[in-house]
Design a binder for this molecule. Structure first.
Ligand SMILES: *[C@@H]1O[C@H](CO)[C@@H](O)[C@H](O)[C@H]1NC(C)=O
Ligand SMILES: *[C@@H]1O[C@H](CO)[C@@H](O)[C@H](O)[C@H]1NC(C)=O
Ligand SMILES: *[C@@H]1O[C@H](CO)[C@@H](O)[C@H](O)[C@H]1NC(C)=O
Length: 238
């Protein structure tokens, strides 16, 4: 009985967070499950799924997607919350450990064979960047904020924007790279030297997941991004 109550309370908290449209109060705490906050409930949004999963009479794929979204999404949310409550414990983690929950979600979604590949990788990038930001990077953000407060006008404007403005809705090659390049010298100057290896690793991983380093080739990502139209051409990873 007690455990059922706990589960109910947990579900209520989960659904409440879902409904309130954000996972936390800090502006870094945006929802990574969706690539776009406005479309957060549209996990079934047509543009994100492969054409083969959208046929009216073929529901298994879509059911599998909603199961992943619910169960893995919930597990992942729980893990994310524990990182945001105790970010200190992530200081000794490597990137694999830090993004473990993202990986579970990714694997479940990949097994449905319904999601377009670039959508999966983009979702992974969003999840891992979120975990990085609320985990090890949160200490660095705090140092940068304190520095900026005590000595205004010294940090480059791109760092100040990063600290003070909401993150972009869409992460792509250019904005991830320029943010990384802009932060790196300040991270070296102001933050714990222990952060640097995982900072660099995370930055390189983002370039990989978003198909910027040439190792992943998503067949129609250019079309989708340039046009932002719904095109159901499937994507191939070379
Ligand atoms: C990350 O840490 C875990 C646990 O300590 C270890 O098993 C794993 O090999 C590490 N991964 C990398 C890429 O270093
Ligand atoms: C949109 O994509 C099509 C290919 O499907 C391409 O021919 C066209 O130039 C693109 N439009 C823009 C504005 O990039
Ligand atoms: C999707 O792209 C293919 C190939 O680029 C094109 O033939 C098709 O018309 C496009 N479909 C839509 C709905 O834009």
């Amino acid at each position: 009985m007690a455990s059922i109550l706990k589960l109910l309370v947990f579900l209520l908290i989960f659904l409440n967070h879902e409904a309130s449209g954000r996972f936390g109060t800090d502006k870094e705490n945006y929802n990574w499950l969706s690539t776009d906050n406005d479309n957060r409930h549209n996990w079934y949004q047509k543009a994100r799924l492969k054409a083969s999963c959208l046929e009216r009479d073929k529901t298994e794929g879509r059911n599998a997607v909603s199961r992943c979204w619910f169960f893995e999404g919930m597990k992942s949310w729980f893990r994310r919350s524990s990182i945001s409550w105790f970010p200190g414990k992530t200081k000794s983690w490597n990137l694999t450990e830090l993004t473990d929950h993202c990986n579970d979600y990714y694997v479940c979604m990949e097994n449905t064979k319904c999601y377009k590949d670039y959508v999966l990788f983009e979702t992974f990038d969003r999840c891992s960047h979120d975990a990085f930001s609320i985990g090890p990077m949160s200490f660095c953000n705090k140092k940068l904020k304190d520095f900026h407060k005590n000595s205004p006008g010294i940090l480059p404007s791109c760092v100040v924007d990063y600290l003070e403005k909401a993150p972009p809705k869409k992460w792509a090659c250019e904005n991830t790279k320029s943010l990384g390049d802009c932060l790196l010298p300040q991270v070296q100057k102001h933050c714990d030297p222990g952060l640097l290896p995982i900072f660099n690793e995370h930055q390189a991983a983002r370039q990989y997941y978003l198909g910027c380093d040439g190792k992943l080739k998503f067949k129609d990502i250019e079309n989708v991004i340039a046009n932002s139209t719904t095109n159901s051409t499937e994507i191939e990873i070379l």
